[in-house]
Design a protein around this ligand. Structure first.
Ligand code: SAM
Length: 260
């Protein structure tokens, strides 16, 4: 597609920063380890920078979710074997996905990346692997270890469902138009079902509660809800209630949430 047309098309409101470096695109697609038996879903294919390499993999099924009507139309014409769904990925019924396992990939629109990842890791019934490009700062949060400044609610949530790996940094120069910040690619490998939270609703509630006041000690934040069960949880875990939320491990968030 000519450069002028690309420039004209990029919509800031839809986070449209298109990749223009085929080597980076191939590297991102390789990170999902595509195979012929795969059912792959791409979020925000845009002008097809990643799609081009996904199509080459001869995956069993390839679905693309794109919100921009003009781009969706262009993709469907270019690759008739691609199932293009014109939709807002945030409204997509992830929990109802069938015919899995699924691999999900995308250079995510930055304004909705965190929310999408929150939903996908916790609701897709049979996720095999996901690879997403997000802002570098979000990638750091997704892969932060307990005790780090970058450890937040998103870290605690996502790492209760998946193992996250920071793969590589991507500079603004490989996009058109160029974003203001660095990007990075993160891989998500689902944890075994028995290691995932038994009650995600309670976990989400605790995470939101604790990270709304992350500078405070946990005992202060939970003061109104304090009970014997919470007290004994800290004793058994050997953790001081005076620590701040970012010092708990993802698994500890999950087990503590059950005492609420
Ligand atoms: N994959 C392409 C690439 O790497 O060049 C485009 C990536 S661009 C960062 C994000 C894409 O997601 C755009 O094509 C945009 O139209 C689309 N998009 C934005 N918000 C969306 C949403 N809520 N649901 C689905 N697609 C969306």
């Amino acid at each position: 597609m000519p450069e002028e047309q690309l420039r004209h098309r990029a919509k800031k409101s839809l986070g449209q920063n298109f990749l223009k470096d085929p080597n980076i695109c191939r590297k991102i697609v390789d990170a999902i380890s595509p195979g012929e038996n795969d059912f792959i879903i791409e979020i925000g294919p845009g002008q097809g920078a990643l799609t081009e390499f996904l199509v080459e993999t001869n995956a069993r099924k390839l679905v693309a979710l794109e919100m921009d009507n003009a781009l969706a139309e262009h993709l469907a014409t270019r690759w008739p074997m691609l199932d293009v769904i014109r939709t807002d990925a945030l409204q997509f019924p992830w929990a109802e996905l069938e015919d899995g396992p699924h691999k999900i990939i995308g250079n995510l629109p930055y304004n909705v990346g965190s929310k999408l990842i929150w939903d996908i890791v916790s609701t897709v019934p049979h996720l095999e692997r996901a690879v997403f490009m997000v802002q570098h700062e979000v990638a750091t949060r997704l892969t932060a270890k307990p005790g780090c400044k970058a450890f937040g609610g998103l870290t605690a949530w996502v790492n209760n469902f998946c193992e996250t790996t920071y793969l590589f940094k991507v500079p603004p120069t490989v996009f058109r138009p160029q974003p203001k910040v660095d990007s990075a690619v993160v891989r998500f490998e689902p944890l075994p079902v028995e290691d995932r939270p038994a009650n995600p609703k309670k976990l989400a509630e605790l995470i939101k509660l604790l990270f709304q006041q992350r500078r405070k000690q946990i005992s202060t934040i939970l003061k109104k809800r304090w009970n014997d069960s919470i007290e004994s949880w800290f004793e058994v875990e050997g953790v001081s209630p005076q620590i701040r939320p970012e010092n708990l491990t993802p698994k500890q968030f999950s087990s503590l949430s059950e005492r609420l």
